[in-house]
Design a binder for this molecule. Structure first.
Ligand SMILES: Cc1ncc(COP(=O)(O)O)c(C=O)c1O
Length: 390
């Protein structure tokens, strides 16, 4: 069956799951007030960094007693700082259902060499039994698994009276899904995801209980300078007021401020969540009427509204060897990229072959809808060329 080539392209064809699309209307002109060529420790720099922290608290509705720090090395840096600084005194429960969560398990087991680690894992498209997470242990998990499109349904499975800490990698959830702060002791994210900000800077948010651990526990392993949050057993408060550990990019800070102000202009957290939900709904409506595609996450309760992962379920494709299925998905995406109608929405390299379409708030629903038309076209074209080659 042939499908006519769509008449128009998304006006922004960016659907990458990171770095994600810039916010609608973004131009480099928005960064003209950046404190460039000035010290980040001068008043002007410190004021911009403090504003970034204050606006983060406002937009994400973070409790007043949680501390917010801007740290090096993006989300990865923030998670590593937390793991290396906090883990050791208690057993650990490490929960993973896709590549990034698996990566944190590797760190805990192979790098930190912790012995008392319970692993709760599930395959792509599924989630482990979260109720098995022991509240006496430190619990590490990813709120939204970016490579499988599976998120936790809520934080009800975390005990309000837990003895351990919860460490949550929320990079593809923050600004798109409600985070239950009372249940989270450490939350991390990077600017490049749901805000469409720039890469390389991480956010580390810590609860009073996490601070108490930092001030009462010294890990047995060495800590590089960029991980160190305490001095002489006391928290370095400056990190959480804008005195960053090392030099940040003030251009990226300005871009983050621009994104936060845009988030406020679309209704703050609820507005951002509603935009992501609306984008994801365009995809679920399309999946409902398109027989050859389905979600990797079959259960809507755990399905992401940001990194939406899809699989081809047409028997002509699923009957192929797995490399040929991967090749099919790659060719489909490449056909659309060649047309300039959609970029970077192929599956993550460790995930089952398919598509991954970013639906965070910086993407417009009208563009998601146009992309689905292009995918219909590319599917028919790619399948036809497969049949011809056979
Ligand atoms: C769940 C998750 N954790 C960690 C990362 C790594 O983020 P960064 O490259 O900002 O360090 C990503 C990036 O996609 C992610 O999706």
């Amino acid at each position: 069956m042939t499908v006519a080539k769509p008449a128009s392209r998304p006006d922004v064809p960016h659907f990458s799951s990171g770095p994600c699309a810039k916010r609608p209307g973004w131009t480099p002109q928005n960064l003209k007030d950046a404190a460039l060529g000035r010290s980040h420790r001068a008043k002007i720099g410190k004021t911009r960094l403090k504003l970034a922290i204050d606006l983060t608290r406002e937009v994400l509705e973070i409790p007043a007693d949680y501390r917010i720090g801007i740290v090096p090395a993006s989300d990865t840096g923030a998670v590593e700082m937390a793991l290396w600084s906090l883990l050791g005194p208690r057993p650990v429960t490490a929960i993973a259902w896709e590549s990034f969560g698996e990566g944190w398990i590797t760190d805990v087991v192979k790098q930190l060499k912790l012995k008392d680690v319970a692993k709760l894992t599930a395959g792509y498209g599924e989630i482990p039994d979260l109720a098995k997470a022991d509240p006496a242990s430190d619990i590490i998990f990813t709120w939204n698994g970016t490579t499988s499109g599976v998120r936790v349904p809520n934080a009800d499975w975390i005990s309000a009276t837990r003895e351990g800490l919860t460490i949550c990698d929320a990079t593809s959830a923050a600004f798109a899904q409600p985070l239950d702060w009372a249940k989270l002791d450490v939350v991390t994210f990077s600017w490049q995801k749901a805000l469409g900000g720039e890469a390389a800077h991480g956010m580390l948010i810590v609860s009073p209980r996490a601070v108490a651990r930092l001030e009462s526990y010294t890990p047995p392993w060495p800590l590089p300078k960029i991980f160190r949050m305490t001095k002489g057993g006391k928290l370095i408060e400056g990190i959480f007021t804008g005195e960053t550990i090392n030099t940040p990019s003030m251009l990226c800070v300005e871009d983050y401020l621009d994104a936060l102000n845009w988030a406020k202009s679309v209704g703050g957290l609820n507005g951002m969540i509603a935009r992501a939900d609306a984008n994801a709904k365009v995809l679920s409506d399309w999946v409902a009427k398109t027989p050859w595609i389905d979600f990797l996450a079959l259960d809507p309760a755990i399905r992401s509204n940001t990194s939406v992962c899809l699989k081809v379920v047409d028997s002509a494709i699923t009957s192929l060897p797995s490399e040929a299925q991967a090749d099919f998905a790659k060719k489909l995406v490449a056909a659309i990229e060649k047309e300039g109608a959609g970029y970077d929405f192929g599956y993550y390299r460790d995930a089952p072959p398919g598509l991954r379409i970013w639906c965070g708030a910086t993407v417009e629903a009208s563009n998601v809808a146009l992309l689905t038309q292009w995918i219909d076209w590319a599917f028919a074209e790619t399948k036809a060329s497969l049949a011809k080659a056979a």
